[in-house]
Design a protein around this ligand. Structure first.
Ligand code: F6R
Length: 365
């Protein structure tokens, strides 16, 4: 059942603290990352200094988070490929390339075809999958399971944050094996990972505030979302969520890229979600917010206290996230984006769990 919630999506959003705990905890052994149970040899992250993440939709967005983690922590070059494009664009797979496939269902045909293609080219494939014994798990050299439990709502939530948590573990693991992190740094990052369930609970406690914030979308048929770095990746996911269940056309844009074309679409009253969680990027991001404000955009600001800047945005349009290490702000931000989409869809009276035209598992190319 729906556990007392009106929709599975809301139930699944609430299951994230446990999903992440259950996914992460088996891989922290004696204060260190471990994938011994999966038989993943240390050499996999020593010998492969190129990673290609292959996935679709939300799973691909988890890959974008993974890319930044591998870059930032492990100094491993990482590309993210849309599975349905990968197979048909003659990708170059040289020795030393590890393919990481990400899939909740483990049955997505685009991802499966891309895996088969990569294996033929000689790549080793590690998959991150939620469904035990699924076809993608069976067709991979190594498989790490997310323990999100069954995800019934078409819009993916707990699978996404669980997939992301595996990327944190893998990037810390790879960095550690390549001698890039001190013992103290490993301990710090693992402590942050262990804090995620409690941090998500803090967001869930404020969900009625997010519900009120979303009123802003109800009278519009389009929205923009702006951010930089990790925030941009999260907005791609937040924007997909909003599109698929509330039928509002939403475009996530890298803030610095706005002035290269898209800002022409920013006119009076257009809702713009601005996500500001990355310290090093905050001052640039605030200039971008000014740019859209001066074109009349109505801005929803999602930030953290340490980066908050008074931009004349009404209090009811500002959400302050709990503080974590910059790299880990993914989790509180993701949950806020999920709730924005969820409340918009339910306020419009849609069947949140079963959006039109969509199936939970996509088995046609
Ligand atoms: C969006 C969503 C889809 C899936 C995509 C991949 O909310 O759920 O974008 O993420 O179809 O599905 P899996 O992860 O099962 O391969």
């Amino acid at each position: 059942g729906k556990g007392g919630y009106p929709f599975y999506m809301e139930k699944e959003i609430h299951e994230q603290p446990d999903a992440i705990k259950d996914t992460v905890s088996p891989h922290i052994v004696n204060g260190k990352t471990s994938f011994a149970e999966e038989g993943i040899p240390d050499s996999l992250f020593r010998e492969n200094q190129n990673i290609v993440v292959i996935a679709c939709g939300t799973a691909m967005h988890a890959g974008l988070i993974g890319q930044q983690l591998f870059h930032t922590l492990a100094n491993i070059h990482t590309d993210v490929a849309i599975a349905s494009e990968f197979t048909y664009t003659n990708p170059v797979i040289k020795p030393g390339t590890l393919v990481i496939a990400v899939s909740q269902s483990g049955e997505t045909i685009d991802t499966l075809e891309a895996i088969k293609f990569a294996k033929k080219k000689g790549a080793k494939v590690l998959s991150i999958v939620n469904v035990k014994g699924s076809t993608i798990a069976d067709n991979s050299d190594y498989c790490i399971y997310t323990h999100a439990g069954p995800e019934i709502a078409v819009a993916s939530t707990k699978a996404f944050t669980s997939q992301a948590s595996v990327f944190y573990l893998l990037a810390i693991h790879a960095a550690r094996l390549n001698g890039l992190l001190s013992t103290e740094e490993v301990a710090h990052y693992l402590d942050e990972l262990n804090r995620i369930p409690e941090i998500i609970t803090q967001i869930l406690d404020k969900k009625s505030f997010i519900q009120k914030m979303t009123n802003k979308f109800l009278s519009h048929d389009q929205a923009f979302m702006i951010g930089r770095g990790l925030d941009y990746s999260l907005l791609l996911e937040g924007s997909l969520k909003l599109k698929e269940i509330s039928y509002i056309h939403s475009e996530a844009y890298a803030s610095g890229e706005l002035k290269h074309g898209t800002i022409a679409l920013i006119t009076n009253g257009i809702p713009v979600v601005a996500l500001v969680t990355q310290s090093a990027l905050a001052s640039k991001e605030y200039s971008n917010i000014r740019e859209v404000q001066s074109r009349g955009a109505s801005v929803l600001l999602i930030t953290r206290q340490s980066l908050y800047k008074d931009m004349n945005i009404p209090e009811e349009d500002t959400f302050i996230l709990p503080e974590m290490d910059d790299l880990f702000m993914t989790f509180p931000a993701a949950v806020v984006m999920q709730l924005i989409a969820y409340y918009t869809s339910s306020a419009k009276g849609y069947d949140v769990d079963k959006p039109r035209n969509l199936a939970k598992v996509v088995t046609v190319e």
